[in-house]
Write a protein that binds this ligand. Structure first.
Ligand code: COA
Length: 376
């Protein structure tokens, strides 16, 4: 073989980097969590059931679910020094930057840092699933100069997330929307952020380091950051009658329409029908109706021209807007759900016990003549 010669699979497209039992993304438009079609979960189970399923690899019974919910609530409260640290962060920083730093800081606060047993890792996963939402709620409350709230025993984990974020008692309709949204965002095969988490875990580094890697990766607009860009676009379009001109203009300039396209799906993303249903049937605001109408038009135009479909982030942006979440908090909210998938994959990666370390094709020079610094 010629020196440096390798076969490059650009973007690792269709490369299977490991085996997994956690989720399956079927290009024809299906998504399975541990063998369950998401269509059989959304609207039928609550988010903590799915989080439990992902990290324990089986659905909980009633008692196990109650215990898990209680453990999550018990873990939600943040150490005071983390609240102080969030307070000290300049408000101009993107919430994802603050989240990334504070998840890293969680590692410093781990009470069992040297215990890498399976049981300790499950406890750590539960702690992360509980605390990522709390960090997000805390960043939001501090930005609004509002008091940081502690979780309340009378609320479930998901209700507490809403309560600690918004500061008002959680409403049933909103809690229903949040359960569905968090289930749909919980896992998705070897997506970029999950892969980043697994690469970090594959070096036998700790779970906090792996989740910090994942958060930095989710932030990008080609991945989880797309939702914020979707809402920027919807706001920028303004009135519904401007949709056609705006979108055709972007397509004419070969620009990407955020919230469209997918690396794996060749048909409609199976999460889209659920999200369309959520924003159409469970959100009752005039603004949501108007955003939905714009989204429908955009879908038609983009499909007509490019034969591509909306991905998770398109209607998820509308659902989060309906929950009164400001757009810069869309990706943090996504991270608050995806952390259950990330931690499940980190545990699976520890079990697989193999270093993820690809090679590369070197296309640089050989045999360059070295010149000492004083002669350069
Ligand atoms: N808007 C317009 N055209 C798009 C598009 C989009 N959002 N996404 C893909 N395409 C087009 C590409 O231009 C390309 O067309 P061509 O074959 O005529 O050149 C074709 O569809 C294939 O796209 P490609 O970029 O090869 O797909 P990919 O697998 O590398 O990228 C994404 C996948 C998700 C990164 C890409 O679709 C994208 O950037 N989407 C917008 C960001 C987004 O919503 N991200 C969230 C992902 S869940």
């Amino acid at each position: 073989m010629k020196k440096g010669e390798r076969v490059v699979v650009r973007g690792l497209r269709d490369v299977a980097a490991a085996e997994t039992k956690i989720s399956f993304v079927e290009p024809k438009g299906e998504l399975y969590y541990l063998g369950y079609n998401i269509d059989d979960l959304v609207g039928k189970v609550v988010y903590p059931e799915v989080a439990y399923l992902l990290i324990h690899k089986r659905l909980p019974n009633q008692q196990e679910l109650e215990e898990f919910n209680a453990n999550l609530i018990a873990e939600m409260k943040l150490p005071d020094r983390m609240i102080d640290s969030i307070r000290a962060t300049p408000k101009r920083c993107h919430p994802m930057d603050v989240l990334r730093t504070e998840v890293s800081r969680l590692g410093e606060c781990d009470p069992e840092n040297n215990d890498l047993s399976e049981a300790a890792n499950l406890r750590r996963a539960t702690r992360l699933i509980a605390r990522v939402p709390t960090i997000v709620a805390t960043i939001y409350r501090i930005r609004l100069d509002k008091p940081v709230l502690a979780p309340r025993e009378e609320y479930s984990f998901t209700e507490n997330f809403l309560y600690m974020f918004k500061g008002s008692p959680p409403e049933k309709a909103e809690t229903d929307v949040l359960h569905r949204l968090m289930i749909l965002q919980a896992d998705h095969g070897f997506n970029a952020s999950t892969f980043a988490a697994r690469v970090t875990a594959s070096t036998n580094s700790d779970m906090y380091s792996a989740i910090t890697s994942a958060i930095g990766t989710l932030k990008g607009p080609l991945h989880g950051g797309a939702g914020e860009k979707v809402m920027e676009m919807l706001d920028d379009i303004g009135l519904e009658e401007h949709v056609e001109e705006y979108i055709k203009g972007l397509l004419d300039e070969n620009k990407k329409i955020m919230g469209f396209g997918h690396r794996v799906y060749k048909a409609e993303d199976p999460r889209t029908k659920h999200l369309r249903g959520i924003v159409r049937n469970l959100c009752f605001r005039d603004r949501t109706t108007s955003l939905c109408n714009k989204c429908n038009k955009i879908e038609e135009i983009v499909h007509d021209r490019k034969k591509i479909y909306p991905n998770l982030d398109f209607y998820a942006a509308v659902a989060m807007d309906a929950l009164d979440v400001p757009k810069e908090f869309f990706t943090p909210l996504f991270a608050s759900s995806r952390v259950s998938g990330w931690t499940a994959h980190v545990i699976e990666q520890y079990e697989d016990a193999v270093l993820l370390r690809p090679s590369s094709k070197y296309i640089g020079a050989f045999d360059r003549k070295f010149v000492p610094i004083e002669k350069r």
